[in-house]
Every structure is written in C-alpha cells, then in structure tokens.
Design a protein around this ligand. Structure first.
Ligand code: IPM
Ligand code: MG
Length: 358
C-alpha cells in the first residue's frame, strides 16, 4: 500500500493532478498495487484558506507519505504578498528544503509523433534523450537575501550564491549513477570562467570523475550549453548543474519535446519523493479544461519508477501516453493539422483507458 500526498495547488494545478491520479488508479487496477490519496493545501490556495502557503498539516502529511504528487503553485493574485508568503518562496522552496529534496530529475523525452510540434527542425530533434539533473536545495534560491536603501535614493538588493563541497558532491554522484544506467556521458554545466561557486563545482566534478572512469565527463559553460541545447541536443546524455542554471535550461530543453506541458519532474534525495510537472500554474488558461496534463501524468510514472521501484508500472503510463499520441489526440498546446484537440479531463480519461487496455 502506497500513501500518496496530493497537493493540487493553484491555477491549472487543480485540473492536472486529478488526471494523474486517474492514471495511477488505472495502474493499480491493472497491477494490483494499492494507493491511497490524501489531499492537502499548498500555495495561494493554502494562503487563502489558512493565512500561510505551506501549512504545518501539509508538511506533516508529506512527511508521513510515501510520495507526493504536486500540481503547480502561484498566480497574479498572490504576487504582491510579502515575499515569505508568496507561493514560490513561502511554499514550494521550503517544501523542497524541508524534505531535503536536493536532486531534481527532468527527463527530456521525445515522443516521435511530436517531433514536428517543436519549433525546432525534425532532423535536429531525432534521437534526443536527455536527463537534466538539477541541484534543488542550494544556490541563489536559498542564499541570504537583503535590501538596503542608498543615499542616492535608490536601493541595493543582494542574493547570496553559495555552494559547499558536500552539496556539490551529492548531486554530482547522483548524476553519475544515473549516467551509468544510461549512455554513460555526463556534462557538467557551470560558469567557472566567472563565478567562484562554479569553480568549486568544476573542481569537485573533476575529483569525483576519477570514481567513474566508465563515464565520459565533459564541462560546459552555461551560456554555451543553452546554445548547444538547440544547436545539437543529441550530444547530451546527462546534464548536471546548479539550481538556477537548471531552472533556466530545463524550460529551454522542454521545447525540444514540443511543449513545456510534456516535461515531467522528480525531486528526490530525501525520505519522500516529490513529483510535479516542470511548468507553472498557467493562470491564463486555468479553469478552461485546456491544460496539458501529460507532464503531471508522466511525473506519476516517475513516482512509480523512483519512489516505488516499479519500472514495469511506470512504463504502463508512458506507453498509455504514447498510445494517446499515436491515436492523434493533442491538448491545445500541441495541436496541429491532422490531429484532434482534447481537453484536460478527456486526455486523462483516455490515458487511464489506454492503461486498462494494455
Ligand atoms: C520550477 C519552477 C520553480 C523554480 C518556481 C515555481 C519557484 O520554475 O520548478 O522550475 O524556479 O524552481
Ligand atoms: Mg522553472
């Protein structure tokens, strides 16, 4: 019996999470696995109901669960709140930190029938299969922040960027272990020509590399990496990088798969894994049954794979998504000539139906 904490959050979060639950339930029926789902508030929704974006009950529920399924948080309604109450800084970041989820895995997998949904050329995309390993609990996101008034009437804002050897080592080792199970190439991305934390990062990777002689190690500056990702994405197997660089590069990399609505994510390293799509709460399309639930559904597959070690069941979800695409169904973000538009709910129903038919 697997206990899953369900945190829909804000915006399209409340629409996409139920669709991933449908997929998990269908997997349960098929495989005999049992799941319980317990819902809790997070983000703006939690702020509105309780005055805080990460209520203690939510954190407690997460700690008592075997995995967490999260939708998305934030929206214009909460943008003017004091920073510690904003959904991003007040709920998602402390949740990651409290649960010690230092590793964020974002697999950029291409479904062959979405190749021309991308803005990039088919011949650039064919064969792309990248795993981005993003450090998630350090760096600029968590460094000390301050503001100070200046004599000239302006202000000075500061964000501290720091990394310890320990923080770098654990994420880099995790990335090497992942590379060993794949094509055995690791590209470490930094800005070591300018930034001190990046120099420590590169030195640390270079040392750890000697423990992984079977994995080919390369180093790349982040600006070059952002260019290489669209110039020749096939060159990458595993990319490992710090928090902020990983945030930016994964939005970019998501476009290789045609839509950010396809990019799943797994945050691991602590006692309980957190599974969420890489995209945000998309307030502009919320409540319209237009959101693509596939990133969340594919995140549920990652939950089966990484938290429950159920590779076969994870593949059931991935196959069911492939079937849906093969049948020509697309949410509005991916629709093109010759395909049929499907809403959020109908997409979830169809994926669950496909799992039943496997
Ligand atoms: C992501 C998101 C978050 C991040 C935001 C919502 C704080 O962009 O998971 O990539 O920057 O980590
Ligand atoms: Mg992001």
């Amino acid at each position: 019996m697997y206990r899953i904490a369900v945190l829909p959050g804000d915006g399209i979060g409340v629409e996409i999470v139920p669709e991933a639950i449908k997929a998990l339930k269908a997997v349960g029926e098929k495989s005999g696995l049992e799941f319980t789902f317990t819902e809790a508030l997070i983000g703006g929704a939690a702020y509105d109901a309780t005055g805080h974006p990460l209520p203690t009950e939510t954190l407690d529920l997460c700690r008592q669960s075997d995995a967490i399924l999260l939708g998305a948080i934030g929206g214009p309604k909460w943008d003017e709140l004091p920073v510690h109450l904003r959904p991003e800084v007040g709920s998602l970041l402390p949740l990651r930190k409290e649960l010690a989820l230092f590793a964020n895995l974002r697999p950029v997998m291409l479904f062959p029938n979405l190749l021309h949904a991308s803005t990039l050329k088919r011949e650039v995309l064919e064969g792309v299969d990248i795993l981005v390993v993003r450090e998630l609990t350090g760096g600029l996101y968590f460094g000390e922040k301050s503001r100070e008034k200046l004599a000239d009437g302006g202000e000075k804002a500061t964000d501290i960027l720091s990394y310890t050897t320990h923080e770098i080592e654990r994420i880099v080792r995790l990335a090497y272990d992942a590379a060993r199970k794949r094509r055995k190439q690791l590209c470490s991305v930094d800005k070591a020509n300018v930034i001190e934390t990046s120099r420590l990062w590169r030195e640390t990777v270079t040392k750890i590399a000697t423990d992984y002689p079977d994995v080919e190690t390369t180093h790349m500056y982040v600006d070059n990496c952002s260019m290489q990702l669209i110039r020749n994405p096939r060159q990458f197997d595993v990319i490992v990088t710090e928090n902020m660089f990983g945030d930016i590069l994964t939005d970019e990399a998501s476009m290789l798969s045609g839509s950010i609505g396809m990019l799943a994510s797994a945050s691991i390293g602590g006692e309980v894994g957190l599974y969420e799509p890489s995209h945000g709460s998309a307030p502009d399309i919320a409540g319209q049954n237009k959101a693509n639930p596939l990133a969340t559904i594919l995140s549920a597959a990652l939950m089966l794979r990484y938290s429950f070690d159920r590779e076969q069941e994870a593949q059931m979800i991935e196959k069911a998504v492939q079937m849906l695409l093969d049948d020509g169904y697309r949410t509005p973000d991916l629709v093109e000539a010759g395909t049929k538009v499907l809403g959020t709910v109908e997409t979830g129903d169809m994926v669950a139906g496909n799992i039943a038919r496997l």
